[in-house]
Design a protein around this ligand. Structure first.
Ligand code: FAD
Length: 375
């Protein structure tokens, strides 16, 4: 049989976009994935007529018109706008921090009133430092937004996310805490955002239309030693350390575990995302999946709903590797692996696992588009 131009390991957004662009350029690809389905982390499972984001809630957002036009040429996107709500001990606050949040926190009505309140609280925190730089995340956050916002909306949530006290986390994790002096709950600053109409699987189906795919196939057991027999080039989007047999050591990850259940009500929390910002609940967020694709009264067309509690978890063998750990050991180790990739002839390392870097969806697509533009 004629050889493929590319063997693509991983059918996430990197692999699928690559396969699509290669096809447009006249090349043939075989896409394999070790999971039983295509799509990587954007894959959705249909439960009770609702697209459930099985590997974590995904909201597409970008400032890049070319990327936005590209994804919309595959499937139209809806008008979903991310506006999470925070629940602190039963009291609700809008996010990101904006005039609505400040009104809920202090009753301030004008930007001048809110600015004065924040300035007063920041000044208190800065005074306690006696001229030295913040030495941990807690001190850093207090000097940026003051005590009330830190204690009610940042402290416990961050501790749940990292599994560590804010006093024991480095200050650099929070460089800035954007504050909006307008009544605007739109979480993202990007020009474009939304969810594919019909769900992310439609996007993946569109990208992989007419391309040969095999699921449930692990590169290391099936193709590692013989891929050159079937393809000219390899596009590898699996874990970079696994590719090299972990010969320099294993990279660490943080992961999230989900407890997903069906609720016998059409509308559980009235919003897609509610953050739980106190230690009273062990989970960080509850996602109600239907709100990504059903708006207003149409939420009630389906009498059931599906929710996922999210628990930030230390990564162990067999778990999904989600977030690279941005510390000295892992940064240095990842860099050494990246150096090794330069000796791998005819192999392209891509995506978040292949580069050990966190990327949102749009930058992943942008990277692939740029690769083909250069070609
Ligand atoms: P993946 O989607 O992970 O795909 C890699 C694929 O490779 C997987 O399917 C895997 O099974 C396969 N694979 C790995 N090893 C092998 C092997 N040995 N053999 C065969 N197949 C293999 N981005 C946003 O823009 N907005 C969001 O709201 C957002 N939310 C996120 C929430 C979470 C919890 C996480 C972890 C990420 C989120 N992202 C979000 C980022 C987004 O998921 C990534 O940008 C995107 O998934 C990158 O695609 P990828 O192809 O690199 O990786």
């Amino acid at each position: 049989m004629e050889k493929f131009n590319y063997l693509i390991v991983g059918s996430g957004l990197f692999g699928s976009t690559f396969a699509y662009c290669a096809k447009q350029a006249g090349a043939r690809s075989l896409v394999i994935d070790k999971r039983p389905q295509l799509g990587g982390n954007v894959y959705c499972e249909n439960t009770e007529g609702i697209n459930v984001h099985k590997y974590g809630a995904h909201i597409f957002h970008t400032n890049n018109k070319q990327v936005w036009d590209f994804v919309n040429s595959i499937v139209e996107f809806n008008r979903y706008t991310n506006s999470p709500v925070a629940n602190y001990k039963g009291k609700l606050y809008n996010l990101p921090f904006n005039m609505n949040t400040f009104y809920q926190m202090w009753g301030t009505r004008t930007p001048a009133e809110a600015e004065a309140k924040i300035a007063e609280q920041k000044a208190e925190a800065i005074a306690t430092l006696n001229g030295r730089e913040p030495s941990n995340l807690e001190e850093q956050a207090l000097t940026l937004v003051g005590k009330d916002i830190f204690e009610k909306l940042i402290k416990d949530y961050t501790e749940k996310q990292w599994g560590r006290d804010c006093k024991n986390l480095p200050a650099f994790i929070i460089k800035r805490l954007p504050i909006r002096m307008v009544y605007d709950n739109n979480y993202f600053n990007d020009k474009y955002q939304g969810i594919p109409i019909g769900g992310y699987n439609k996007l993946i189906e569109g990208l992989l239309k007419g391309i040969e795919t095999h699921t449930g196939v692990d590169f290391f057991t099936e193709y590692k030693d013989n891929w050159r027999d079937i393809a000219d080039k390899l596009v590898y989007t699996g874990a970079i350390d696994e590719y090299f047999g972990y010969k320099l050591g294993k990279l660490d990850w943080r992961t999230v575990s989900f407890k997903t259940r069906i609720e016998d009500t059409p509308n559980y929390q009235g919003n897609a995302v509610v953050n739980y910002t106190s230690h009273d609940q062990p989970y960080t967020r509850i996602i109600e999946h239907k709100h990504f694709e059903m708006f207003g009264q149409s939420v009630y067309d389906n009498p059931k709903t599906v929710i996922s509690e999210e628990y930030s978890t230390e990564y162990k063998e067999e778990m999904e590797p989600y977030y690279p750990i941005n510390d000295k050991r892992n940064n240095e180790l990842a860099e050494k692996y990246r150096q090794l990739t330069t000796y791998e002839k005819d192999v392209i390392f891509g995506g978040r696992l292949g580069q050990y870097k966190y990327f949102d969806m749009a930058p992943v697509i942008e990277q692939v588009m740029e690769m083909f533009e250069k070609k």
